[in-house]
Design a protein around this ligand. Structure first.
Ligand code: HGY
Ligand code: MN
Ligand code: MN
Length: 406
């Protein structure tokens, strides 16, 4: 009897080694760590009988032909946040490959094709946008994002070309032509609910919406000892007022979660008045209208601060993804598959966003959550047990069997 959980844990441990130095896993898209992960996953996918290629958006595609028309998609992202964990995203590429291997060993011939997708960049940490791979599959990529640059001034276009991909091929990735039957993403919960409920697996009802803004304050740098306080145009003081307002507004608005997770200060010297500050503001909510309104309020507040302090301000909303409900029929199949494995079939919402949010523009979506220790994620101590990983492989395989019989 194959221990699919142990196999999953071994693959994820090996993949965690494809990381930049430092605590946890740091695997940015289109770099050497991504290249190594692609090599490893290619071997895994081919071992499961999938035909593998890397598409123009650097998504690794593993395909198994089916008996009839249409394709069912599964997958998640290979990238991590800096000093993140070994499960976020990448588990959702490994687990469906193992489920396909299980079905292949059982001699199951599905009546539809299956593609397992390993997306390059879901986190949107390196570039001020995200979901490029899944949006490409859904046919919704705005090609203008190719001109966005990372903190080293490398454009997304140059990063893709450096990875051996031709961005001009991105529009032809869209699966809108052939019948997309649905999408299933397995992902760690990144929250405390399943652990508190004593459940290994959960089925997602819907994914929150998200938007990100980039604010750039420009003041005047100068000597910290000689520029009089009254004469200062301190860009960091302006940014600090916005950060405080972001937190106040989110606490005062039900259902809004807002975060400033990064601040770039120039010249960034202890004895120089900050002349330029760039910060991303991120907002999430299940209510798209409330999130949209909060985003507009924050930009207006930043504008008032800039005017009062004599600072220049550039404010752009660089990314937005609406809230996405999961498909009732796919949810039902997943709940039954979880219950067939002894679980309750608990259903819950997702406060994290996922590639499934973008795939919702192509086809019905579904997500399978896996319990994670302490509910923590985006940290080196992120963890899912081999037993829970194994339960997920079985639930994915059982869901495919049920869809085949539907
Ligand atoms: O930020 C998120 O919700 C996801 O992990 N990218
Ligand atoms: Mn993720
Ligand atoms: Mn993440």
């Amino acid at each position: 009897m194959t221990d699919w959980g142990a196999r999953a844990a071994d693959h994820l441990e090996a993949l965690a080694g494809f990381s930049a130095p430092g605590p946890g896993v740091t695997r940015m898209p289109y770099g050497p760590e991504h290249r190594a992960a692609v090599g490893y996953l290619t071997g895994m996918m081919e071992g499961a009988g999938l035909a593998v290629h890397l598409d123009a958006a650097a998504t690794l595609v593993g395909r198994a032909e089916g008996g009839g028309a249409g394709t069912f998609y599964m997958g998640s992202h290979q990238d991590s946040v800096p000093e993140g964990g070994a499960f976020d995203g990448i588990a959702g590429v490994v687990l469906p490959v193992l489920a396909m291997q299980m079905l292949s060993e059982e001699g199951v011939q599905l009546p539809f094709a299956v593609e397992v997708l390993g997306f390059a960049d879901e986190e949107g940490v390196r570039f001020p946008t995200a979901l490029v791979g899944s949006r490409a599959v859904a046919g919704t990529v705005d090609m203008a994002v190719l001109d966005m640059e990372d903190r080293d001034g490398v454009s997304l276009r140059a990063a893709l070309e450096g990875f051996g991909c031709d961005p001009a091929g991105i529009p032809s990735i869209a699966r809108t032509g052939n019948r997309a039957l649905g999408y299933l993403e397995a992902h760690i919960e990144q929250g405390p609910v399943l652990e508190a409920e004593g459940e290994a697996l959960g089925v997602v009802t819907g994914i929150c919406g998200i938007e990100r803004h980039t604010l750039r304050f420009v003041g005047e740098t100068g000597h910290a000892g000689t520029v009089p306080m009254a004469a200062r145009k301190d860009a960091l003081v302006g940014a600090a007022r916005v950060i405080t307002e972001v937190d106040r507004l989110a606490r005062a608005t039900p259902g809004i979660r807002a975060t400033v997770g990064q601040v770039d200060v120039r010249p960034g010297a202890v004895n120089a008045v900050p002349g330029e500050v760039r910060l991303p503001v991120e907002l999430r909510s299940e209510d798209d209208a409330a999130r949209d309104e909060a985003g507009a309020e924050i930009q207006a507040f930043a504008r008032r601060v800039a005017d009062e302090m004599g600072l220049e301000l550039e404010a752009r909303r660089t990314y937005a993804q609406p809230a996405a409900p999961c498909d009732p029929a796919l949810r039902g199949a997943l709940v039954q598959a979880v219950q067939a494995g002894g679980g309750r079939g608990l259903e819950l919402t997702s406060g994290a966003t996922h590639d499934a949010s973008a795939m919702a523009d192509l086809c019905p979506i579904s997500m399978l959550f896996i319990r994670c220790r302490g509910g923590v994620s985006h940290r080196p101590d992120e963890n899912a047990s081999p037993a829970d990983l194994g339960a997920a492989v079985h639930a994915i395989a059982e869901t495919l069997r049920r869809l085949a019989d539907a």
